[in-house]
Design a protein around this ligand. Structure first.
Ligand code: MEV
Length: 430
């Protein structure tokens, strides 16, 4: 396997970058055409309802990732400047400490069945547990393929909710191993299949039958060690950067206002991979934030510490219900290519890569915040977008960007004024 450590990748033009990726993943000319084209209108029309067009986003490649000893080029779909550059840079830093170590749980989802109108919650609970084997067998009939692949219904847990606006209720959790699928369809079907049986067994009335996006049986974890020396900047010793990063994390550990932004930075990386691979990013977002608030207080999803040798240690743990088969992962041509570029063999491997990218993204953000601040790197990229929005083209873009950054005035009105001035000067010279 060649190395994903590609210095200067960002300096290449789009075609050269695409060629490197094609070579990496064994893509042919047709695949390269698909990379450029993306989803077609006809494909889009089959995907959802009332389609009138397409809404495109950039597909980029984060480089330098070494995860569990394997090199990856990571496709990321995101419109925000600095994110892909940040992930690549942080992956380079983590590489100096051996890359990311990641692991994940078996791909077990939770499906919920809500049972109302029960005079005796405890008796209903005991009755369900008594019939557990029969219910699991019934759930296993709905997807023989998953069962053949080693997945299927694993367990049933029963919770009693004594107080709610709708009175007391029973909540049945069906634990279902979805293997390489995200699993929403299978789990929802399983819950719907069990519902009439549940009513017969309990004498109650089933209301909701749906998976939970708090997929806390399907967690992914990543860890990295960054030597302090790798964090040295032009004007700061690495050891000081480590201390500043740990102090920056400390606020996210205790304060929901900071934790929300800190976790947003993590989700910049997570969502970009989730979208690139055709997965449901709303589900991932919902699970992440619910997990961040699991003990009643919203907290940082990651932890940053210093070890005895002065290295920076980062850890991220979160639910990641991702699939590599079914749904959009297969229906979207670019999502299929993204999975090929990653070369993932299982949904768990995809979750492990994704959680590592989240940790890298978090490192990139807090490293910048704890040192030079986020705006320096951000400003030039943001200025590019503003210059283009103002109508700058070709060489005009760089000229307008340079001026706006020097003036620290990255605004549309200023870009327009500079563009007018520049064009007048050019005309004057001609
Ligand atoms: C911006 O998209 C993300 C950051 O705000 C994350 C953070 O503050 O940690 C930079």
């Amino acid at each position: 396997m060649p190395s994903s450590r590609l210095s200067g990748f960002y300096k290449l033009d789009i075609d050269d970058r695409a060629r490197i990726v094609a070579e990496w993943a064994g893509l042919g000319e047709e695949d390269l055409a698909t990379l450029r084209q993306g989803l077609t209108l006809t494909q889009a029309d089959k995907m959802t309802e009332n389609v009138v067009g397409l809404h495109a986003l950039p597909l980029s490649i984060a480089v330098n990732f070494l995860i569990n000893g394997r090199d990856y080029l990571v496709p990321m779909v995101i419109e925000e400047p600095s994110v892909v550059a940040g992930a690549s840079h942080a992956a380079k830093l983590a590489r100096e400490g051996g890359g990311f170590q990641a692991e994940s749980d078996e791909p077990v989802m939770i499906g919920q069945i809500q049972v109302l109108d029960l005079p005796d919650l405890e008796a209903a609970r005991a009755a369900i547990l008594n019939q557990k084997r029969r219910l699991l067998d019934l759930a296993n009939q709905i997807d023989p393929v998953v069962v053949r692949l080693g997945g299927g219904a694993r367990d049933i847990e029963v919770r009693t909710v004594t107080e709610s606006p709708a009175g007391p209720m029973l909540v049945i959790h069906l634990l279902y191993d979805c293997r390489d699928a995200m699993g929403a369809n299978t789990v929802n079907t399983a819950c719907e299949t069990l519902a009439p049986e549940v009513e017969t067994i309990t004498g109650g009335r089933v209301n909701l039958r749906i998976l939970s996006n708090l997929a806390d049986r399907r967690m992914a974890r990543a860890r990295c060690v960054v030597p302090a020396s790798a964090l040295t900047t032009n004007d700061m010793e690495g050891a000081e950067v480590v201390d500043r990063i740990v102090a920056a994390y400390a606020l996210a550990a205790v304060d929901p206002y900071r934790a929300a932004t800190h976790n947003k930075g993590i989700m910049n990386g997570i969502d970009a991979v989730v979208i690139a691979t055709g997965n449901d990013w709303r589900a991932i977002e919902a699970g992440a934030h619910a997990y961040a608030a699991r003990d009643g207080r919203y907290r940082s999803l990651s932890v940053w510490e210093k070890d005895e040798a002065g290295n920076l240690i980062g850890r991220l743990e979160m639910p990641l219900a991702l699939g590599i088969v079914g749904g959009t992962t297969r229906a979207h041509p670019t999502a299929r290519l993204a999975l090929r570029i990653l070369g993932v063999r299982t949904a768990r491997e995809l979750a492990e890569i994704t959680v590592a990218v989240g940790l890298a993204q978090n490192l990139a953000a807090i490293r910048a915040l704890a040192t030079e601040g986020i705006q320096r790197g951000h400003m030039a990229l943001h200025a590019r977008q503003v210059a283009i929005a103002a109508g700058a083209e070709g060489d005009e873009i760089d000229w307008v960007v340079k001026r706006m950054v020097a003036e620290r005035a990255v605004r549309l009105d200023r870009a327009q004024a500079l563009l007018t001035e520049h064009r007048r000067n050019v005309e004057g010279r001609e």
